[in-house]
Design a protein. Structure first.
Length: 145
């Protein structure tokens, strides 16, 4: 009779001892099995273009390749030099037929920098000039106070 009472006591004691000893080891052993992926490095890319080379620099293939690259966070389209000859009609044409389709390729593509248009021409097309500002560009910044 005493034999039956002793065995359940030892089993309960062994279970509680295993729980005390094994509890701290279990999370350590579980974390060793997990392999955490290395964080993907992110970088920003600036593509500079002017009135003469925009169609060669900002091709759809180049922008798609940058947009599909997982290491690139943001692609900035940066206008350089003076944009001679950009009157109101040309500003609207450039927005609708050139820049907007390129920005629609990926949400990673944004504007940065300043378009130096002929003075007063951007104000003739306010919806287009607002669109430029919303995309991240400025217009004739050096003339603003």
């Amino acid at each position: 009779m005493k034999f039956h009472k002793v065995i359940p006591y030892k089993i309960r004691r062994a279970i509680s001892m295993a729980a005390i000893i094994g509890a701290p080891i279990l999370p350590i052993a579980a974390s060793c099995n997990e392999i955490e992926p290395e964080p993907t490095p992110t970088r920003d890319v600036e593509i500079k273009f002017n009135n003469e080379n925009a169609d060669k620099v900002l091709t759809f293939d180049v922008l798609r390749n940058y947009a599909n690259d997982a290491t690139i966070r943001t692609i900035y389209l940066v206008p350089i030099e003076h944009w001679d000859g950009m009157v109101a009609g040309n500003i609207t044409f450039m927005r609708k037929n050139f820049l907007q389709p390129r920005l629609n390729i990926s949400p990673k593509i944004r504007g940065r920098g300043d378009f130096d248009f002929v003075l007063g021409e951007a104000s003739k097309v306010p919806t287009d000039s607002l669109w430029f500002v919303q995309q991240g560009w400025t217009i004739n910044k050096k003339y603003q106070r």
